[in-house]
Design a protein around this ligand. Structure first.
Ligand SMILES: *Cc1c(COP(=O)(O)O)cnc(C)c1O
Length: 356
């Protein structure tokens, strides 16, 4: 046959996710850790991978890794689920809590994957935009109003804290109020909590509707390996088990993540360096004429700059890749720079000064 039937109508108008990942001297576009895994850890990883039976299916639930994560968080394994990156667990959230006739509360501008997953699962989306004139803080009153009362249609919400790509974390008091005001599932996406030093973990026991998402991709330098996890009530985790792909986390990734997690204290100095550099970058950006640097609790800084698209190109021509949000809805005129090494950040600032 030289033709093929049309795919599902919901794919119309959708475009594949494009991270706009281009080769560059300084890769400051994807919020990765600028420091790769150390040589010593690589050797431990090699030894662990050598033990993997490639001909056998992996443990579907990655129970060894699950136990390590549970223990570190003062929980049992039933409270933990490991996924193929946080992204898989985000999709599973839409599969399990979304669907036709169901409603997802979104707080844009935020991680675009949330809305894409809602669309793929035919979930209705209720948008409550963040406050652009308050550095994209959450419109807390509007959110509480939307979820409160018996008439609320909201089935689940995902709140990135810190919020990607804008930078602020959510206020803990607000999240507590939200959890108390609704029985909707509230996922707090803590992909960057190591940089914000704030977690909702202490509120898990009191709130069955709270799920926390974390990842190995950012602070733990493992974006290339694909491991993330959620913490939640065992009844909630059990619902996730029904929708997940049985073998989504391969044996090699499980082995690598186990070594990294056992040695996670090794990443602390790098995390502290990133936090210090974030503050330096924010200050230096804010001192440039016409530039507004949004406050960030994560490992990047969003900033607005006149002629942002041209500035992006000028930076790229100088070997520096940052993320272009200049035409993204609600983010017009902004770029996002991931905090790199001090040398990379200097190169970025020098190149930027030449563009403005
Ligand atoms: C990076 C990121 C994730 C998870 O990424 P994975 O690499 O799939 O683990 C989740 N949420 C946000 C907001 C992120 O930026």
């Amino acid at each position: 046959m030289d033709r093929v039937r049309r795919p599902s109508a919901k794919l119309e108008g959708l475009t594949p996710y494009d991270p706009k990942y281009l080769p560059a001297d300084a890769m400051l576009s994807a919020n990765e850790n600028p420091r790769d895994v150390s040589e010593e850890l690589r050797q431990k990883i090699e030894a662990a991978v050598r033990e993997v039976a490639f001909n056998r299916y992996p443990d579907p639930l990655a129970n060894d890794l699950r136990d390590a994560i549970a223990e570190a968080n003062g929980l049992d394994r039933e409270h933990v689920l490991v996924g193929n990156g946080g992204d898989e667990l985000l999709f599973n959230t839409a599969l399990a809590w979304g669907g036709p006739g169901r409603t997802f509360l979104n707080l844009p501008p935020t991680f675009s994957v949330y809305a894409a997953n809602a669309r793929l699962t035919d979930t209705d989306v209720l948008d409550i935009p963040r406050l652009a004139d308050q550095d994209f803080a959450i419109d807390e009153e509007a959110v509480l109003r939307a979820v409160s009362g018996p008439d609320s249609q909201v089935d689940f919400t995902i709140i990135a804290s810190p919020n990607n790509p804008t930078g602020l974390r959510a206020r803990m008091e607000f999240l507590q109020e939200l959890l108390a005001a609704t029985d909707a599932l509230v996922m707090v996406d803590e992909a960057y909590f190591e940089f914000s030093r704030q977690t909702m973990r202490p509120h898990l026991e009191a709130n069955k509707n709270l799920v926390i998402l974390r990842t190995f991709s950012k602070a733990f330098s493992l974006a290339g390996v694909r491991v993330g996890y959620i913490l939640g009530h065992p009844d909630v985790i059990r619902e996730y088990l029904k929708v997940r792909q049985p073998y989504s986390v391969d044996a090699v990734s499980q082995a690598i993540a186990r070594v990294i997690y056992q040695n996670r204290a090794e990443f602390e100095p790098g995390i502290n360096a990133i936090i210090a550099e974030r503050e330096r970058l924010t200050g230096a950006l804010g001192a440039l004429p016409g530039v507004h640097a949004y406050p960030s609790h994560a490992n990047w800084v969003l900033f607005s700059v006149p002629e942002a698209a041209r500035v992006w190109q000028g930076l790229y021509d100088a070997g520096i890749l940052v993320r272009d949000f200049s035409t993204a809805p609600g983010l017009e005129g902004t770029l996002r720079v991931t905090v790199g090494t001090p040398e990379e950040n200097d190169a970025f600032l020098n190149a930027l000064r030449k563009e403005i």
